[in-house]
Design a protein around this ligand. Structure first.
Ligand code: ASP
Length: 315
């Protein structure tokens, strides 16, 4: 039996201690801990990495603090359009969905695509039709309404700007207490199988059916048992252009870098040069994990079977 490990994130950005109230900080830490425990619980019982990352993501999607599922941000049209992906490193099977509405847990729909369709990536209305066919739970628009996200969107909806949920812009004041983000999980189970999953509402005020990196296999999500499992968060356009998650795997496979070294190169060199703010979490097939960010903060946590655990927010 090999060492088993799970790592999760709840988004990256300009997350500063001085902007955070003790109560909010506590709520984030509790949210991360609950998701970590849910995912770790699956691994502890001998479950697969795929089931572990899914379990962790569902908890984060149900928590309004994070920009995924219930807490998804508003688009230019004032609705929520969600993206998610899941990938198994064992056989490189993957499922992804983009621009879906009213799906309570987008990661469940992505998992349905992976297990029960002949496809990898479904979008928009077709993805919603597939959700109905598979009996994935739907919720009315009200379920996804939260006042703070509405206010966040209201402030920029008449502009052409779109923003990372948790980065200070000219909206600094408004955003100050509202630093939430995309969610992700990576795991290595007791058989040494890896999985990665990411779920998001994308960026506030996005339009034209914009899709970020989160559901893009190789961009924001990737898993391969010979190298690593990666889930990203940050300014999606740059992560797609950098093929960020797959690049970590390539640096390990073709250049022999360790997980930590490869993630450092991608996050702190390649992405920085593209102006790609954010971070990523990763595990390798030995159960080692790493969490690397080039922004001021990233909600993140990890736990392994050696008894190590950390729950962190700031850089
Ligand atoms: N990467 C996500 C996107 O661009 C946003 C985030 O990580 O918060 O859609």
């Amino acid at each position: 039996m090999s060492k088993f490990t799970i790592a999760i994130h709840g988004g990256a950005g300009t997350i500063l201690k001085e902007d955070m109230s003790p109560e909010l900080e506590e709520a984030y830490m509790a949210g991360l801990q609950a998701a970590l425990d849910a995912g770790y619980g699956v691994l502890e019982k001998g479950g697969t990495s795929v089931n572990a990352v899914k379990a962790a993501i569902v908890v984060l999607e149900d928590n309004v603090l994070f920009n995924a599922g219930r807490g998804a941000v508003f688009t230019k049209k004032g609705v929520q359009e969600m993206d998610a992906a899941i990938m198994s490193g064992k056989d490189l099977s993957a499922g992804a969905i983009a621009g879906v509405r009213n799906v309570r847990n987008p990661i469940e729909l992505a998992t349905e695509v992976m297990h029960n369709s002949n496809h990898v990536f479904l979008s928009g209305k077709g993805a919603n039709d597939f959700a109905i066919k598979q009996g994935v739970k739907l919720e009315p628009d009200e379920y996804f309404f939260s006042q703070f996200r509405y206010d966040q969107w209201k402030a920029i909806r008449d502009s052409d700007n779109y923003s990372l949920d948790h980065t200070n812009t000219h909206l600094e004041e408004l955003m100050r207490d509202k630093k939430f983000g995309t969610v992700g999980a990576v795991a290595c189970d007791s058989n040494g199988n890896l999985a990665a999953a990411t779920s998001t509402g994308g960026m506030t005020n996005k339009k034209y059916g914009r899709i970020g990196d989160s559901p893009v296999i190789g961009g924001g999500t990737y898993a391969n048992d010979t190298t690593c499992a990666i889930s990203c968060t940050g300014h999606g356009e740059m992560f797609i252009r950098a093929v960020a998650a797959y690049d970590v795997s390539c640096l390990m496979e073709y250049k022999g870098l360790s997980l930590q070294e490869a993630m450092n190169v991608v996050v702190n060199d390649k992405l920085v040069k593209l102006g790609g703010e954010g971070g990523m979490i990763g595990v390798d097939a030995k159960g080692n994990y790493a969490m690397v960010l080039n922004s001021a903060g990233m909600y993140r946590a990890a736990k392994n079977s050696l008894g190590n655990q950390e729950v962190l927010i700031y850089k």
